[in-house]
Structures are given as structure tokens and as C-alpha cells.
Design a protein around this ligand. Structure first.
Ligand code: ASP
Length: 345
């Protein structure tokens, strides 16, 4: 983009509350023109904005890898024609989509900004207009070299811009719905939009976008709780077809040391299951070596997830499992930061 060119932004409308209307059966997604009709002031930005929408906009509770492929294709097909991409998405699974896209849009060098709202844009009191306009401005922002300010997938919502693969929806009622608990915010949306430059993703190389379309969803999330029984653990680990387990552990990555439990994990690992340790705590992460209870997991062959979010853990496993790697290669990647999703010490 030259100084005189208008920023070219593609909006991808997938659905979500931002574009919903009230029906006798509750809020339901509506079409994009309805949404744009309600935000005429977008024209004041002076951008060249085009849009595509899902044929049938969805509530994001229905999000899945097929829809992720659709979003990736929408971006890949038009990657050279636009300076940035804004995805309008329901908040419920936004953090999963943000994480998935971070892995799937390999070699991304342009802004992919995801936003939505907690109240529909047509409502009298709503947060969608501001979120949409801020997201467009974030997608159009340039740094002092004229390069895109954002060169990764982010969520821009209410007051903050957060790295997509670090994000979590933490409130179902508050306007400020997303947080990055383990990585600094990438920007603050106040009177001005300020970017936290030291934390933004920067790349040494300029490789062509390499879209990925083969997420493998054969994952189990096993949430531990005091009193969990052998039957519950063993039956879940025996789920047909699963290749990897996200084990939601306590505190700094701890789990029971009862023999039946450790045997169940050791047995699952010996049969080829990958078990990824992700703490139930939102802030902080695994230190599998800190306590005896965590160390026993290492001995059973469980891989530490450090400070990864569950959303990033699930989608990282889908990505790695779909990449045709060996189990050992996958385990190596699990303890490596691919797109800034974990802090490896
Ligand atoms: N159920 C809605 C969705 O995720 C919630 C929202 O958009 O805020 O699509």
C-alpha cells in the first residue's frame, strides 16, 4: 500500500451476536447487509472495504474445522488483493478460531483481526459498532516502516488487542470479554489505539502464505477433579479414534499419584496416545517438575503444555496431528512455540 492508497480491507462475516436479530426462538444470525446498514459511519473511515459472508451465518457454537477451512480459503484466495482482514465471529468460540487460524495461516504477514460483540449491532445499546470500527482501524494500521502493524491473528475487542492464540473468553456478560492471561496485550483501544510494539509478532522472512486445511479433530479433553474414578478415566482414554488428550490438571500441572491413574496414563502413552498437560488455572502454567505429583506425569510420558491456553492446546494438536508428522516430532513441537502460543523457559 502506498501512502496515497486507501487501506483495502476484506470483512469476512461468519455470524455471531454482532449480526443477530431477535426471533421468537431467540437471537439468530442474520445477513451481512443488515449489519452494514446499521453502521453507516464505516464510510467515514475512507477505506476500500469489501466483504464475503458464510452462505448461512452461524452462531459460533456451531464452529468447526470445515468452517475454519472456509475462512482460511477466503483469506488465501484474496491474500494479495487486501492489506488486512477482519473476521466477524461469535464470541463463544472466537478464541478457538483465533488459535486455529494462527496455526492454519502459515507464513501470515498481514493483519487478521477477529471481532464480534456481546449485543447485536441493531440494538439501541450495543458494543458491536465500536468493536467493528476499531477492528477495521487495527487491520489498516501501519508501523513506522509502512509495514502492517499487526502481522498475525489477533482478537480486537472492547479495550484491548490480544494475540489470537493466547486469548480466552472469560466472561459471558461483560463487554470486555477476552483476556490474554499469560502474554501482554498487543494494544490498548482508548482515545487512541496504542500498540505494545515489543510484543507484536515480527518475521525475519517474507514467505508466501501457506494455508493449511487438514486439521485432525480426534482429540479428547480430560478434565480432572478430586474423586475422579478409574472407570471415568479409563473409558475416556479408550474413546475410539482419539490420537491425543489434553489433560486438564491442577495448579502447576499436578494430578493424582494413585497407581491406577498413573498406570492408565502410562498404558495410553505406550499405545501411542499423546497426552498434553494443560493446567485448569487461567493464569500461570505447568511446571511439571515442581511437585512430585507433576513429576510423576513426566515419568508417565505426559508432555508439558507450559502456559498454553486450552483453546490453543486443542487447535495445536489438531494442526500437528493433521500435518503428517511422527509422534516424536509432534511431541517436540508441543514444547516449542510455533506462533507465539507458549512461553518456553
Ligand atoms: N452465541 C453467540 C456466538 O458465539 C455469542 C456471541 O456472539 O456473543 O455466536
Amino acid at each position: 500500500m502506498t501512502d496515497t492508497q486507501k487501506p483495502r480491507i476484506l470483512i469476512i462475516y461468519t455470524g455471531g451476536t454482532i449480526g443477530m436479530v431477535e426471533t421468537p426462538n431467540g437471537l439468530q444470525p442474520f445477513d451481512f447487509s443488515h449489519l452494514m446498514d446499521n453502521v453507516p459511519k464505516i464510510g467515514n473511515l475512507g477505506y476500500d472495504i469489501q466483504s464475503v459472508q458464510f452462505p448461512q451465518p452461524i452462531d459460533s457454537s456451531n464452529m468447526n474445522p470445515t468452517y475454519w477451512n472456509q475462512i482460511v480459503k477466503d483469506i488465501a484466495d484474496r491474500y494479495d488483493d487486501f492489506d488486512g482482514f477482519v473476521i466477524l465471529h461469535g464470541t463463544d468460540t472466537m478464541a478457538y478460531t483465533a488459535s486455529a487460524l494462527a496455526f492454519m495461516l502459515r507464513n501470515l504477514r498481514k493483519p487478521v483481526v477477529i471481532t464480534g460483540s456481546q449485543l447485536p449491532i441493531g440494538d439501541t445499546r450495543e458494543d458491536g459498532t465500536e468493536n467493528l470500527i476499531s477492528a477495521l482501524q487495527v487491520a489498516a494500521a501501519r508501523d513506522e516502516n509502512g509495514d502492517p502493524m499487526i502481522q498475525e491473528v489477533v482478537i480486537s475487542f472492547q479495550d484491548y488487542i490480544v494475540r489470537g492464540c493466547r486469548s480466552t473468553k472469560f466472561t459471558s456478560t461483560g463487554f470486555h470479554a477476552f483476556k490474554s492471561f499469560n502474554y501482554p496485550n498487543l494494544g490498548t483501544i482508548d482515545l487512541h489505539i496504542d500498540y505494545a510494539k515489543p510484543y507484536l509478532m515480527r518475521h525475519d522472512t517474507k514467505l508466501p502464505l501457506d494455508p493449511f486445511y487438514s486439521m485432525d479433530p480426534n482429540i479428547l479433553v480430560l478434565w480432572l477433579y478430586p474423586g475422579i474414578t478409574p472407570d471415568v478415566v479409563k473409558s475416556q482414554l479408550a474413546t475410539p479414534g482419539i490420537k491425543a488428550v489434553v489433560l486438564r490438571t491442577f495448579g502447576a500441572g499436578n494430578a493424582p499419584t494413585e497407581q491406577w491413574f498413573l498406570d492408565a496414563l502410562t498404558d495410553a502413552v505406550s499405545k501411542g496416545l499423546i497426552i498434553y498437560n494443560v493446567t485448569q488455572c487461567l493464569n500461570g502454567g505447568d511446571e511439571q517438575k515442581r511437585y512430585y505429583t507433576g513429576d510423576m506425569l513426566s515419568k508417565a510420558g505426559v508432555i508439558t503444555g507450559y502456559d498454553i491456553t486450552v483453546e490453543a492446546a486443542v487447535t495445536k494438536l489438531m494442526y500437528l496431528l493433521g500435518s503428517g508428522l511422527t509422534t516424536d516430532q509432534i511431541k517436540d513441537y508441543l514444547t516449542t512455540s510455533i506462533v507465539g502460543e507458549i512461553t518456553v523457559d
